[in-house]
Write a new protein. Structure first.
Length: 359
């Protein structure tokens, strides 16, 4: 019969055995974990070196040899052939064909991708806030980049050609859903208009008459600095059709000189006041260095848009006319005008582009 002390002793031995088994299992797990970590850390997926430099751990005893034999037999069954090499290398799996990605690099790529997404989202939020601040109904599409090759001008609807003379263009030949906003004269120099166009990324092509612009050419220099074009609209804004050739040429060429001096560029485009011209006008313009004479198909006001054609719609390549005018002459301001144009263009699925990039 067992005594209480026997129970304590036997229980202690059993507990000791259990503790020993747990310790042994923990040690085995630690050894396995160390082996796995060493294997992951080594280049190419091979096991890492031991603490002795250049020393590799070989299978020890019968268990190691049995593992090697099993690996070799398995390789033969799969049609493979065991690699030649020291016994210590037998049973070592081949490195994976594609190296494992470094965790640090993966994290860096993930962070870089996340930062790019965050920047894009922030840019879209800023654009939406800008559009909302200026009262737009929806965010307008971004203006297209300058085409590598300008459209070829051929005799067609919207283009009038005469040998040796600048083409007269009402519509730029293109299949893209783009239209062009042009602003004439130069009387109203509203800073909110230029700021609105700049913040929204709306490209402008202006046609400036000296007698209206000369009070503040700095306004047009600022427009040019933000990427808008400043073109020729004569010195005194006269109806050229009633003038002789020499007077027409003086009106055009002197404004070429004035704009080059005041703004820093000599224009390639010229628009005759009121859209009135004759062959003398085109010859005079050509002699002053003009390459094209854009007119228009639509005219925009702060409260409406007038269309040339019965369908009352925009068409690819259409040129829109408007003016630098204030509320003393119009039912609204220049920002009201730009808001009307951008909303109309966007609602019809078009994008505003820079006319000088296409002519």
């Amino acid at each position: 019969m067992d005594t209480p002390s026997d129970h304590r002793i036997n229980g202690g031995l059993r507990e000791s055995h259990r503790t020993g088994r747990r310790a042994g299992a923990g040690l085995l797990a630690a050894v396995c974990l160390a082996a796995v970590v060493a294997g992951c850390a080594a280049p190419g997926g091979q096991r890492g070196p031991s603490s002795g430099a250049g020393v590799r751990a070989a299978p020890a005893g019968e268990d190691g040899r049995q593992d090697a034999r099993q690996d070799k037999e398995q390789a033969k069954e799969q049609g493979g052939q065991a690699e030649a090499g020291p016994a210590a290398d037998r049973g070592v799996p081949k490195p994976p064909a594609v190296p494992l990605a470094l965790p640090g690099l993966a994290r860096a790529e993930e962070e870089s991708s996340s930062e790019a997404v965050a920047r894009r989202e922030a840019a879209v939020r800023t654009q939406l806030e800008t559009a909302h601040r200026w009262g737009l109904e929806q965010l307008p599409p971004r203006a297209p980049r300058r085409p590598a090759v300008k459209p070829e001008l051929k005799p067609a609807q919207g283009v009038k050609l005469q040998d040796g003379l600048p083409p007269v263009v009402y519509r730029v030949p293109t299949d893209e859903k783009i239209v062009f906003l042009t602003v004439d004269d130069g009387a109203e120099k509203d800073p909110d208009f230029s700021r609105m166009a700049d913040e929204l990324g709306v490209p402008l092509s202006t046609f400036v008459a000296d007698y209206l612009a000369r009070s503040d050419y700095g306004y047009f220099r600022r427009l040019a600095a933000q990427g808008d074009a400043v073109n020729n609209h004569t010195i005194n804004h006269r109806n050229l059709k009633v003038l002789d050739y020499a007077t027409q040429r003086d009106e055009i060429c002197r404004q070429q000189d004035q704009l080059e001096e005041q703004v820093g560029t000599r224009p390639r485009l010229f628009r005759p006041p009121y859209g009135e011209y004759n062959d003398d006008t085109l010859r005079a313009a050509a002699s002053c260095g003009i390459e094209a004479v854009p007119l228009w198909n639509e005219e925009a006001f702060p409260d409406h848009v007038e269309y040339r054609y019965d369908d009352q719609r925009l068409h690819p390549g259409d040129i829109i006319l408007t003016h630098f005018r204030g509320p003393d002459l119009w039912p609204g301001t220049m920002p009201d005008l730009l808001r009307k144009v951008v909303n109309e263009v966007t609602a019809q699925g078009f994008t505003l582009a820079r006319l000088d990039d296409y002519l």
